[in-house]
Ligand binder design. Structure first.
Ligand SMILES: *[C@@H]1O[C@H](CO)[C@@H](O)[C@H](O)[C@H]1NC(C)=O
Ligand SMILES: *[C@@H]1O[C@H](CO)[C@@H](O)[C@H](O)[C@H]1NC(C)=O
Ligand SMILES: *[C@@H]1O[C@H](CO)[C@@H](O)[C@H](O)[C@H]1NC(C)=O
Ligand SMILES: *[C@@H]1O[C@H](CO)[C@@H](O)[C@H](O)[C@H]1NC(C)=O
Ligand SMILES: *[C@@H]1O[C@H](CO)[C@@H](O)[C@H](O)[C@H]1NC(C)=O
Ligand SMILES: *[C@@H]1O[C@H](CO)[C@@H](O)[C@H](O)[C@H]1NC(C)=O
Ligand SMILES: *[C@@H]1O[C@H](CO)[C@@H](O)[C@H](O)[C@H]1NC(C)=O
Ligand SMILES: *[C@@H]1O[C@H](CO)[C@@H](O)[C@H](O)[C@H]1NC(C)=O
Ligand SMILES: *[C@@H]1O[C@H](CO)[C@@H](O)[C@H](O)[C@H]1NC(C)=O
Ligand SMILES: *[C@@H]1O[C@H](CO)[C@@H](O)[C@H](O)[C@H]1NC(C)=O
Ligand SMILES: *[C@@H]1O[C@H](CO)[C@@H](O)[C@H](O)[C@H]1NC(C)=O
Ligand SMILES: *[C@@H]1O[C@H](CO)[C@@H](O)[C@H](O)[C@H]1NC(C)=O
Length: 410
């Protein structure tokens, strides 16, 4: 029989906000008979995406103080720390050792989707188990593994466990954590005296100019009512899972992987673009008084691999891409449409007509101001050159007249 004890160290809690965000260090202890075999002090935070009644939901929660280690095992070469908590959830760390090193060979999480206080509106009531065999947690025998840095471990595309403030030891000889420490590499870079610029954040290389998509909405299956040809680039600022901070990621919409749909009304038209987990919804509005149309609303939702949660944003009071009814709007230059502070769109080689399309093709184009300015530059340069040529010519003619007059006096 195994005697088990579990104690809790409360984390420092400065403000109420701090309490909610800074998770408390939990102490977990597993005993084999009277001797402690595994001891762990750590924070564990779970980020889980699941299917809800209103679409995809994401939750983040921490391993609570009340976690129980009752189902842990220490006999044999493989030791197992099982922290059970809540309504049927459990975090398991499986340890193994080769005599000189020990480490975590498997991290698994079992979670119960029928726990509707943790997973509100879940469409499933399943108990899900996810696991990974790559954890990077390893230390010398008779030493304490230390990793104060936050280190996320992805169990699958939907589940991430982030450990921080970790001190743990398995295959223990004494009841206390060894004073010898095996420090994880993340902590080593943090504690060096080198200036912070030696730890550059690897930002994804910016994509090139996006390919143009051809999105045509028809009213019956043959008559086009909304035409859009455009290269689109999304710029989303979100909290990165791997870097644990806010990052701006720029991604091109790939037309060959994008499906589209939409609707055409008398004064409102919509265009909906979907590429994998990215959804864009554009609303165009016609002002029948001024006979002008414009892009009035954009909503977006995205779930990219490095996002900690589903990103979604909307702005319904936009005044972009304004054109006259019966004409198309064109902008070959790159244009940035700021939708909200953490989401903007860059458009490239855009041509668009959301209303009054006739004959399945664009009407005469109205160019955006940027294009007009770009066109003006060659005109100005050309005019300046022509002026210069004229001045030189006049100067030459005057010069010739003077010399001829000079000869006549001789
Ligand atoms: C555990 O400790 C108690 C008293 O401290 C002792 O009576 C008991 O024999 C010990 N058990 C083992 C397995 O060492
Ligand atoms: C959500 O449902 C879809 C379709 O039923 C399924 O393919 C997907 O794996 C589910 N996602 C999660 C996180 O359960
Ligand atoms: C989910 O949808 C229902 C109706 O479809 C709505 O009443 C509810 O507020 C929505 N919940 C959330 C969290 O969006
Ligand atoms: C330990 O495992 C048993 C059998 O799987 C289970 O019935 C019990 O609830 C578990 N204990 C905890 C604390 O989860
Ligand atoms: C760990 O400590 C125990 C007892 O203190 C000793 O027998 C063992 O050789 C040590 N192992 C290593 C790898 O140092
Ligand atoms: C959670 O589920 C229980 C039992 O199915 C139900 O009684 C309760 O109202 C649910 N709570 C919420 C917030 O949906
Ligand atoms: C867009 O597609 C339509 C038919 O699908 C085609 O008639 C039109 O020429 C295309 N436009 C461009 C600019 O490729
Ligand atoms: C459009 O085509 C689909 C299938 O090709 C057909 O089911 C549908 O009835 C058509 N709609 C109209 C308005 O013609
Ligand atoms: C993306 O957005 C960020 C923050 O608004 C900005 O600093 C960056 O220049 C943008 N990048 C591109 C390529 O638009
Ligand atoms: C989409 O287009 C890109 C660039 O032309 C190409 O590399 C990629 O293979 C295409 N993908 C599909 C699914 O057609
Ligand atoms: C797109 O946005 C419009 C206006 O906000 C809304 O009425 C429509 O339901 C949205 N469509 C989708 C598929 O989200
Ligand atoms: C339509 O345009 C007129 C004239 O520019 C303006 O006064 C009016 O507020 C606009 N209406 C709407 C709904 O935007």
């Amino acid at each position: 029989m195994m005697g088990i004890r579990q104690t809790v160290t409360a984390g420092v809690c400065l403000t109420l906000m701090g309490c909610l965000v800074v998770t408390r260090a939990v102490t977990l202890e597993v005993k084999d008979g009277n001797s402690t075999c595994i001891k762990a002090e750590l924070n564990a935070k779970f980020s889980i995406t699941y299917n809800g009644t209103n679409g995809t939901n994401s939750v983040v929660f921490a391993l609570p103080d009340s976690a129980s280690t009752d189902n842990s095992t220490c006999n044999g070469v493989s030791q197992r720390l099982v922290a059970s908590f809540g309504d049927g959830h459990a975090l398991t760390l499986v340890f193994s050792s080769n005599g000189s090193l020990y480490g975590v060979t498997q991290v698994s999480l079992r979670y119960n989707l029928s726990d509707n206080s943790t997973f509100p509106q879940s469409t499933s009531a399943d108990v899900v188990t996810v696991e990974t065999n790559s954890s990077r947690i390893s230390a010398s025998m008779n030493s304490t593994y230390r990793c104060l840095s936050s280190s996320p471990i992805s169990l699958n595309a939907d589940v991430t466990v982030t450990f921080s403030d970790v001190r743990l030891e398995a295959y223990m000889q004494t009841g206390n954590l060894s004073t010898n420490e095996s420090v994880c590499s993340a902590d080593q870079t943090v504690t060096t005296v080198a200036p912070p610029k030696t730890t550059p954040a690897p930002s994804p290389s910016p994509p090139g100019v996006p390919e143009r998509g051809n999105y045509t909405i028809t009213s019956d299956n043959t008559t086009a009512c909304l035409l859009a040809v455009v290269g689109l680039q999304l710029n989303v600022t979100y909290l990165s899972k791997t870097r644990n901070k806010s990052v701006s990621e720029v991604r091109n919409l790939q037309p060959n992987r994008t499906s589209f749909s939409g609707s055409c009304g008398v004064t409102v038209a919509t265009l909906i673009l979907t590429e994998d987990t990215t959804n864009l919804n554009f609303t165009f509005t016609l002002n029948s008084t001024s006979q002008k149309f414009h892009l009035s609303a954009v909503s977006v939702s995205a779930r990219w691999p490095d996002m900690t949660a589903v990103f979604s944003a909307e702005n319904s009071s936009l005044q972009y891409l304004q054109g006259s009814v019966g004409r198309s709007y064109m902008c070959s230059s790159e244009q940035t449409l700021a939708v909200v502070s953490d989401f903007s769109l860059n458009t490239f080689r855009l041509q668009l007509q959301p209303f009054n399309v006739t004959g399945n093709q664009f009407s005469a184009a109205e160019e955006c101001r940027m294009d007009q300015e770009n066109m003006l530059i060659p005109i100005i340069v050309g005019a300046a050159l022509a002026g210069l040529v004229l001045i030189v010519l006049i100067a030459y003619l005057i010069g010739r007249k003077r010399t001829r007059a000079g000869y006549q006096t001789i």
